[in-house]
Design a binder for this molecule. Structure first.
Ligand SMILES: Cc1cc2nc3c(=O)[nH]c(=O)nc-3n(C[C@H](O)[C@H](O)[C@H](O)COP(=O)(O)OP(=O)(O)OC[C@H]3O[C@@H](n4cnc5c(N)ncnc54)[C@H](O)[C@@H]3O)c2cc1C
Length: 521
């Protein structure tokens, strides 16, 4: 049963790490709570950033744009690595078969996303993440890497601050399994579903790995920075990609007026929309002038999504939109080798904080992060695992204390939490409301023993999985609030109406440990 490396999560970050760890001689096992090909990475539409043609763009500009958008709390060295390795990352993706869209002269096509000074996002129509994820999965299968689906991470096995595996629930059988490994890579994605339906994210994006790593002794940072995407469909929160604005789409209020430069970074555009909405305006994205041929060639998914979920056709109609939670900049604190402070524990992808996004991520930099830091996490965890062969493996039996006669319906609380977060911990926040929200979260946490799982079946008990995810989100919501209360300033995606300017006192990272203590680095 033992592998050198256990990778938890089969999205872009997990699969890239797996390929590089395998290439570096490690025996790799990947587990995921869903099917690998359904991981949220498949939802990415707009593109992945890289400077491919130095005649109209430069790596320095990519670095400069990323630093600017991060609002001073990113690590410049990490950003330099991200941007300078980007061309090689695209070359690698191209070489393993990702079918990027092409220009007439067969070069990889690129488009402009918000906050970028040049067309820099490489794309595959508006199915970029899907093509990348499925190609990575194909490569893993071809390399014979073991990938196990329907396995839910419960806890990490840690002894004396050294990780030696994980305790997992087999969703198919209901059995608890322990997987032994010399190193563990957490690649479980972000935590935007704390906002429940007010999020573009997949329902699986519940921050499980982040809470689990924290419980195991790792630290998390910058949890208060949650990016709101300006253009989600009004009724379903389904994303309409930034590439629609990049191609020339306009944002209009009910009077048909444009009110913001559509290509500003997301924090600014989302706030401008929010201001209009507060005045009672409805907001629309208008791409009609781009024409049917362009929309069908470059944005086919956006048209399908708008028809399916909003019952409108963007070729002829305005698209009603609203900003919702989209990306979480905070995550597991890692160093420049993707390692946490727990020996042998690595983290990568949206669940990790490599300090490249700071207070506001640039569109197209997240997929890039998966490739650049996935490679690094794979190589470094392999080196570690092959050097540190024998560990004390004391597995846990984690699934005790499930209440099968709940008095409180946790689904109701989950929805309530999402609604409260959207309003109180959203695009604009203030200290008093954040503090009262924290009290509310504390009352939910106190009521947890009265919540539970009515379904007692063992096989595919989704009621149980949803409850475990809910518990993780509830815990995480506390850390988001602690960070947001602590950060007495406005910076990037964290906008406090009671302190609206950046304050140099807070030009550092908010770091939180298991006991909830905040300190800065
Ligand atoms: C609609 C949408 C569009 C986007 N468009 C873009 C874009 O154009 N460009 C860009 O750069 N970024 C984009 N992003 C962001 C980007 O897609 C994500 O940040 C990125 O794909 C996250 O990848 P990941 O590998 O870290 O996590 P994910 O792809 O979320 O994968 C997480 C994996 O962990 C597994 N997992 C989670 N919890 C557990 C558990 N308890 N036990 C076992 N397994 C678990 C999941 O099953 C999954 O396999 C977009 C995001 C969304 C939602």
């Amino acid at each position: 049963m033992k592998s050198d490396i256990l990778i938890i999560g089969a999205g872009g970050a997990g699969l890239v790490s797996a390929l590089y760890a395998h290439k570096n001689g490690a025996k790799v096992r990947v587990i995921t709570k869903e099917y690998p090909t359904r991981s949220q990475t498949c939802m990415a539409q707009g593109g992945i950033n890289a400077v491919l043609d130095e005649s109209n763009d430069s790596v320095e500009s990519h670095i400069k744009n990323t630093l600017k958008s991060a609002h001073g709390i990113a690590d410049e060295d990490a950003i330099r690595l991200l941007c300078s390795e980007a061309p090689e990352a695209i070359e690698w993706l191209d070489s393993i078969g990702v079918c990027f869209s092409r220009t007439d002269d067969s070069k990889i096509a690129q488009r402009t996303l918000g906050g970028a000074s040049a067309p820099r996002a490489c794309y595959a129509q508006d199915y970029t993440g899907l093509k990348i994820l499925h190609t990575l999965y194909d490569r893993c299968l071809a390399e014979g890497i073991e990938i196990l689906s329907d396995k839910y991470l419960l806890d990490l096995v840690v002894d004396d601050n050294s990780v030696s595996g994980a305790t997992v629930l087999d969703i198919r059988s209901g059995e608890v399994i322990n997987y032994e490994a010399n190193a563990v890579v957490i690649a479980t994605g972000g935590y935007s579903r704390v906002y429940d339906k007010h999020s573009t994210n997949s329902t699986a994006t519940t921050g499980d790995g982040i809470v689990t790593a924290l419980r195991a002794g790792a630290r998390v940072s910058d949890m208060e920075f949650v990016q709101f995407h300006p253009t989600a469909l009004k009724n379903s929160s389904i994303l309409i990609s930034e590439s629609a604005r990049g191609a020339g789409g306009h944002l209009l209020n009910s009077k048909g007026e444009r009110f913001v430069d559509e290509l500003l970074p997301r924090d600014k555009v989302a706030r401008a929309i929010f201001d209009e909405m507060e005045k009672g305006e409805e907001i629309f994205l208008d791409i009609r002038h781009l024409g049917e041929e362009f929309i069908d060639n470059e944005l086919p998914q956006e048209r399908k999504l708008a028809k399916l979920y909003e019952n409108i056709d963007p070729v002829y109609d305005l698209i009603p939109i609203k900003p919702v939670a989209h990306y979480t900049m905070g995550g597991i604190e890692v160093d420049s080798t993707s390692s946490t402070i727990v020996d042998g524990l690595y983290a990568v992808g949206e669940c990790a904080n490599h300090r490249v996004h700071g207070a506001n991520r640039l569109g197209g930099n997240s997929l890039l992060e998966l490739i650049v830091f996935g490679k690094q996490a794979g190589i470094n965890s392999a080196k570690y695992a092959l050097k540190n062969g024998v560990k004390n493996f004391k597995p846990l039996d984690s699934l005790t204390n499930i209440n099968h006669n709940p008095e409180i319906d946790f689904y109701k609380i989950k929805k309530e939490l999402g609604d409260i977060f959207y309003i109180n911990v959203g695009i604009k926040r203030d200290k008093q409301t954040l503090e009262s929200t924290l009290k509310k979260v504390d009352t939910y946490i106190e009521s947890l023993p009265k919540m539970g799982v009515e379904d007692v079946s063992k096989i595919y008990n989704t009621n149980l999985i949803e409850f475990l995810e809910f518990k993780n989100m509830l815990e995480l919501s506390k850390y988001i609030l602690i960070g947001a209360i602590h950060r007495d300033e406005s910076r990037g995606a964290h906008f406090r109406v009671d302190t609206q300017n950046e304050d140099s006192k807070f030009k550092n990272h908010t770091i939180i440990c298991k006991d909830g203590v905040v300190y800065e680095d």
